[in-house]
Design a protein around this ligand. Structure first.
Ligand SMILES: [Zn+2]
Ligand SMILES: [Zn+2]
Length: 282
């Protein structure tokens, strides 16, 4: 997991990116240390060579002590400056030791982390698989629903086809009925014309009836008149009979008169004294 660290290189190794986040004390750098400690050093703290014109004093950026160039030939990554800085050989030993310890610790923790990550990943995968299984179940359910839906749609389609056929049948029937209606309309018109004629005739008959009524009224009046006339005629006939009877009586009287006259005449011839009877008749 952790790449091999090449100490002393000018640039920090890639794997040290994590080390940048580690407390600098872990790799032997105390950020609160007195950075002017080197000022009191008159000789190299490692080889004890005294500083002078031929022996220059350098400052180790890790322990801040004075060292000669031979005892501080390395430069290494400095977690505070974040670049490579001079390091004395003692600090370098500590640095290497601590860094390797840190690396091992880091590697262990990293491995733990990786295991945790893997466990997390596996748990996730299992969860995902479970979800997949659930999803498959859901999809199966959905598939069944869709199949049902398709079946419904098929049924609806069949129903619609049946309906369409029925509608077409109805339309045909409609056309037939319309034709029949047309014929009926013509017949109706004919019948209306006929009924108008019949109505006219009925009106005519009514007028005739009225006339007949008038005639009957006239007839009644006439018959009344006739009855009156008949009565008159009866009376007249009776009178006539009476007149005739009177006439007959008169005739009879005349005849009697004639007879009496003749008798008188005869008697006068026999006896003239009987002439006064003639006076009485006249
Ligand atoms: Zn030295
Ligand atoms: Zn040092």
């Amino acid at each position: 997991m952790v790449e091999s660290i090449s100490f002393g290189s000018a640039n920090p190794p890639n794997s040290l990116t994590h080390a940048q986040n580690i407390n600098p004390l872990l790799i032997g750098v105390d950020p609160n240390a007195d950075k002017d400690l080197y000022l009191q050093d008159t000789a190299c703290i490692i080889c004890k060579s005294e500083f002078g014109i031929t022996k220059r004093k350098y400052r180790c950026k890790f322990c801040w002590r004075g060292v000669c160039s031979k005892c501080s030939e390395q430069k290494t990554y400095h977690p505070i400056f974040n670049i490579a800085k001079r390091i004395c050989d003692d600090c370098f030993k500590i640095y290497v030791h601590r860094l390797s310890t840190v690396s091992v610790e880091y590697e262990v923790s990293r491995s733990k982390q990786v295991i945790e990550e893997l466990q997390y990943y596996i748990t996730n995968v299992i969860e995902e698989k479970k979800r997949d299984v659930t999803m498959v179940e859901v999809l199966k359910g959905k598939y069944q629903l869709i199949e049902k839906e398709i079946q419904n749609i098929k049924n609806q389609y069949d129903n619609r086809t049946k309906l369409r056929e029925a509608v077409e049948e109805k339309l045909k029937e409609n056309t037939r009925i319309e034709k029949e209606l047309g014929v009926l309309e013509i017949e109706n018109r004919f019948r209306r014309r006929k009924s108008r004629i019949v109505e006219d005739r009925v009106n005519w008959i009514r007028k005739l009836d009225d006339k007949l009524g008038n005639v009957i009224k006239d007839k009644i009046l006439l018959s009344k008149e006739a009855m009156k006339l008949e009565a008159t005629i009866k009376k007249s006939t009776q009178k006539r009979k009476e007149i005739e009877e009177n006439y007959i009586n008169l005739e009879m009287l005349r005849n009697q008169k004639e007879n009496l006259k003749k008798q008188l005449e005869n008697s006068q011839r026999e006896t003239p004294k009987k002439s006064c009877l003639e006076c009485i008749i006249q």
